[in-house]
Design a protein around this ligand. Structure first.
Ligand code: HEC
Length: 174
C-alpha cells in the first residue's frame, strides 16, 4: 500500500470508530419517548394499586386480625411479577417497619425515601438488567385512613403530610 493511500484511510477508520461508539451508546440509552411511556405506566399502576389497597382497607379491615393492606399489596405485587409484568414493593419510610425486609434495601431506595420525605412525589432512574433497560421509580405512601393506625400505631406520630412509606417499581422500558 502506498503511503498516500495509507494516510487517506486514516479519516475513514476514525469516522468508522466514532460511528461504532455512537451506535453502542445508542443501544444502552433508551429512547426518551420510551422512558416517558414507562413513567406513565408507573403513574397508572400507582393510582391503581393505591386505590385498590385503600378500598380493601376501608371496606374489609375491621381489626388487627384482618389481611393487612401491606400483605394484600405484597400478594398483588407478587402475582404481577410472576406473570412477568413488572416488580413492585412496599418500602418503609418511618424506620420502624412491621417487617424488617420492607426497610429501604439499597442506595436507590434510601435516597428515594429521603427525596419523598422532602416533598418529591416521583423519583426515578433508568437501570439496566440482563442487558435491557428498566425504569426504577418510587412514589410516596401517605397515611390515608385511620385504619392504618390499627396496626401501625406509630403512624399517628408522623408529621401530617409526611409519607410513611413508598412503593418501589421496576418497569421494563419498551
Ligand atoms: C390489619 C393490620 C394492618 C393495617 C390495617 C394496615 N397495615 Fe400496613 N402492614 C401490616 C403488615 C402485617 C405489614 C407487613 C406486610 C408484609 O410485608 O408481609 C404491613 C406493611 C406495611 C408497609 C411496608 C412497611 C412495613 O411496615 O413493613 C407499609 C408502607 C404499610 N403497611 C402501610 C399501610 C397503610 C398506608 C395502611 C392504611 C391504608 C396500612 N398499612 C394498614 C399491617 C397492617
Amino acid at each position: 500500500m502506498s503511503r498516500r493511500l495509507a494516510w487517506a484511510l486514516v479519516p475513514v477508520v476514525l469516522v468508522g470508530s466514532i460511528v461504532a461508539q455512537l451506535r453502542s451508546a445508542d443501544s444502552s440509552t433508551p429512547d426518551p419517548a420510551a422512558v416517558e411511556r414507562a413513567r406513565k405506566q408507573v403513574r397508572m399502576l400507582d393510582d391503581l394499586y393505591k386505590t385498590a389497597v385503600v378500598l380493601i382497607t376501608e371496606h374489609y379491615v375491621q381489626d388487627e386480625q384482618a389481611v393487612a393492606a401491606g400483605t394484600a399489596a405484597r400478594l398483588l405485587f407478587k402475582s404481577m411479577k410472576d406473570k412477568g409484568w413488572h416488580e413492585a414493593r412496599l418500602i418503609d419510610a418511618t424506620g420502624e417497619p412491621y417487617e424488617e425486609k420492607n426497610a429501604p434495601a439499597d442506595e436507590f431506595e434510601k435516597s428515594a425515601i429521603t427525596q419523598l420525605k422532602a416533598g418529591q412525589t416521583f423519583v426515578d432512574t433508568v437501570i439496566e438488567k440482563d442487558g435491557k433497560p428498566y425504569l426504577r421509580a418510587a412514589t410516596p405512601v401517605p397515611v390515608v385512613s385511620d385504619k392504618c393506625i390499627l396496626c401501625h400505631a406509630h403512624y399517628k406520630n408522623v408529621e401530617k403530610g409526611q409519607p410513611i412509606g413508598a412503593i418501589g417499581y421496576i418497569v421494563p422500558i419498551e
